[in-house]
Design a protein around this ligand. Structure first.
Ligand SMILES: [Zn+2]
Length: 368
């Protein structure tokens, strides 16, 4: 009951880089408490992704390395020279450090996104895997809190049935991992709207990055872009791109970090503008796998994800939070209190980038 096709492994909350890391499992726990309070939902525990599953988008060498590193942690041998070499080679350090259970928990969130994609491949109109959306992982290495690239896995599953699959990424960071995996693939269009690489990691996602088939599309916005201006940029670039490419299925990455309260980025988007983009994705009217993504404020992630889940599912909900959670978390409503929304750059600030997109990128998108 509740939201159908809702996949989330209990192991996902053990995907944890430690107490001082911004990717806190508490984000997911709170989102689930909020969803269950408003719209009780049966959560489906997925099977973990297998080694061969992961090799759909990752190198065998990398998959084996993560498994070997994880086993070494279990034996207390993670400081051996061999493991040190593997960690270095595949970038499992810095902001994405190897940890005990890295294999099991990473296979778990990938399994959820794949099972959601199998449900859609097999006829469901909509499926969720909010523990996924880890869009920075590359074919041969970890990056940006992401060990494996579950959105890319979901795309690969949808491609078993659909000729033209679109990946839409509204996270404030460029979806560089997914873009890289499908860069020159004429059947998979990636669209990412994000804060410009001039001011935000990973420093990529420029308009020029179109790939050889014209199916890699990017709308970088400036730091301090306001919610209405962010939405304007999305509507004027994403929507004509979809009209032209005419996708048959969608993987939607729902990073909530464009929000003005997010501590890791500098876009001033508000919940309502962000949710309008989600609504546009719903109104494409195509089979959809919705995954999670970034978002590092406990004040914003639960209410943005749950409002997106309910909106995609066409479930009406009150703006007011359940009283007990409002008292416990100090959050009163799904939407932002108007007086808290900061001013930001208006629509005209991103006009040159939007024009460049419309003149240089859109005409190169293959038309169906
Ligand atoms: Zn992000």
């Amino acid at each position: 009951m509740g939201i159908p096709n809702f996949y989330l492994s209990q192991l996902t909350t053990n995907y944890d880089f430690g107490p001082s890391h911004p990717l806190r499992p508490e984000r997911l726990r709170r989102a689930m408490r909020l969803l269950q309070a408003i719209h009780p939902t049966d959560v489906i525990e997925p099977a973990p992704a297998s080694e061969s599953d992961l090799q759909r988008v990752h190198s065998e060498e990398y998959v084996e390395a993560v498994k070997e590193i994880s086993a070494a942690f279990e034996r207390g041998e993670e400081n051996s020279p061999r493991i040190g070499d593997l960690i270095g080679k595949h970038s499992l350090y810095g902001d994405t450090p190897a940890f005990r259970g890295i294999w099991e928990t990473s296979a778990a969130y990938c399994g959820a996104s794949m099972e959601a994609a199998y449900a859609v491949r097999d006829g469901a109109p909509l499926a969720f895997a909010i523990g996924g959306g880890l869009h920075h992982a590359h074919r041969n290495s970890a990056s940006g809190f992401c060990v494996f690239d579950d959105p890319a896995l979901a795309v690969s599953v949808l491609r078993e049935r659909f000729d033209r699959v679109v990946y839409i990424d509204i996270d404030v960071h460029h979806g560089d991992g997914v873009q890289g995996i499908f860069l020159n693939d004429p059947n998979v269009l990636t669209y990412s709207i994000h804060e410009s690489g001039k001011s935000l990691w990973p420093g990529t996602g420029y308009v020029e990055e179109t790939g050889t088939a014209g199916t890699s599309t990017n709308m970088p916005v400036l730091a301090r872009t306001s919610g209405p201006a962010w939405l304007d940029a999305f509507e004027r670039t994403a929507l004509p791109t979809m009209e032209r490419f005419h996708p048959q299925a969608l993987v939607l990455q729902m990073g909530t970090d464009p929000h003005f309260l997010d501590p890791l980025a500098h876009v001033n988007c508000d919940q309502a503008s962000w949710l309008s983009a989600v609504r546009h994705c719903r109104d494409l009217g195509i089979p959809t796998v919705a995954v999670g993504g970034g978002g590092y404020s406990l004040h914003t992630v639960p209410r943005m994800w749950v409002s997106a889940i309910l909106t995609l599912s066409r479930v009406e909900f009150d703006d007011a939070f359940p009283a007990d959670l409002a008292a416990e978390w100090g959050v009163q409503t799904f939407s932002d209190a108007p007086e808290t929304i900061p001013h930001g750059l208006g629509i005209e600030a991103n006009e040159p980038i939007i024009r460049q997109y419309l003149e240089d990128v859109l005409p190169g998108v293959p038309a169906a």
